[in-house]
Design a protein around this ligand. Structure first.
Ligand SMILES: Cc1cc2nc3c(=O)[nH]c(=O)nc-3n(C[C@H](O)[C@H](O)[C@H](O)COP(=O)(O)O)c2cc1C
Length: 301
């Protein structure tokens, strides 16, 4: 009842671990797979190791989190060694990559392709690193070029992960589809800031960061709804999903699968099993036999 197919990849349920949350080591990816996720996405890695931003890098705010990790990662060459330890769970692994240039995305994609992952997610949307991520996802032409080059560098399914910070996220999604993306992931965190009124300074070491969690859900649902209307490739919903009810909202908006990030930190790793169970309960209660039957139903109105 919960099984889905995403770009030819079989998932036992539509929940996926979102990039950047417990996705840096093989042990934590295996833990999430065993906890019931339908697929796991790794932390974004790039060609060159990065230390990331100075502390504090994560702060809790009402109904969400602000983070400016700064894409801290050991570099893709080292990370693919780590990925070898994830085999054997039966749960598809999606490698997330970013680049500081179009060519770097393609080179990183070539590395992870050799690591035996099921798909590649392009982080075109990190809001807290200048020259990486969001700069490529905010411009139709750049997004097209990144996806186009990566498409030629790998035979794996390519997911383009977008940001709602882009002026017209639907136009960017269409550019990615035209360039050969097999799916669109929407959305990454939203650029945001919080200030400590006693210290009279920004709370994050990097001053600005990415907002995630329940507070961004309505924006994410809107993006999924609008993108799914205009593209024919699958859309993967992400942003504030905490319960099965949230996941169902994204599926009805047109998502074929959902990614969970912040709620792993607030609800624990059991969130994947809980959300799956809650989706199943909804399907049974409403008389549906599969997840596919409800994808995009809200598009009719
Ligand atoms: C601490 C943290 C680190 C993140 N790192 C990445 C990353 O490396 N690559 C990426 O594409 N998204 C990253 N994200 C964004 C999430 O994958 C997700 O798109 C976003 O948090 C919205 O989903 P959520 O509300 O379920 O957390 C990160 C989010 C958080 C909270």
């Amino acid at each position: 009842m919960l099984a889905i197919e995403l770009c030819g990849i079989k998932l036992r349920n539509p929940t996926m671990l979102a990039s950047g949350i417990m996705g840096t080591t093989a042990a934590s990816l295996v833990r999430i797979a065993r906890a019931g996720a339908g697929a796991v996405v790794t932390k974004s890695t790039g060609l060159v190791p990065r230390e990331g931003h100075r502390n504090p890098t994560v702060v809790e705010i009402e109904q969400g989190l602000l983070n400016a990790i700064g894409l801290a990662n050991p570099g893709v060459a080292e990370f693919v060694q780590e990925l070898r330890g994830v085999s054997g769970t039966g749960v598809p692994v999606v490698a997330s990559v970013y680049g500081l240039s179009i060519e770097e995305y393609a080179k990183a994609a070539r590395f992870v392709t050799k690591a035996g992952v099921a798909a590649i997610e392009l982080n075109l949307s990190c809001p807290n690193v200048e020259k990486a991520g969001a700069i490529f996802g905010a411009d139709e032409e750049l997004a097209f070029q990144v996806v186009h080059l990566v498409r030629r560098a790998t035979s794996l399914p390519v997911f383009a992960k977008l940001t709602a910070n882009a002026g017209d996220v639907v136009a960017i999604a269409k550019a990615c589809e035209d360039a050969g993306a097999d799916a669109i992931t929407a959305i990454n965190t939203l650029k945001a800031m919080a200030i400590d009124i006693r210290a009279r300074t920004p709370l994050l070491g990097n001053r600005v960061g990415g907002l995630s969690g329940q507070c961004i859900k309505p924006i994410a649902v809107r993006c999924v709804y609008e993108i799914a209307r205009e593209v024919s490739v699958p859309v993967i919903g992400c942003g504030g999903i905490t319960t099965g009810r949230d996941a169902v909202e994204f599926l009805l908006a047109g998502a074929r699968a959902v990614q969970i990030g912040t709620a792993v930190l607030t609800r624990g790793v059991s969130v994947f099993r809980k959300v799956s169970l809650e989706i199943k309960e909804y399907l049974e209660e409403m008389g549906y036999g599969s997840v596919d039957e409800i994808v995009g139903l809200a598009q009719r109105c």
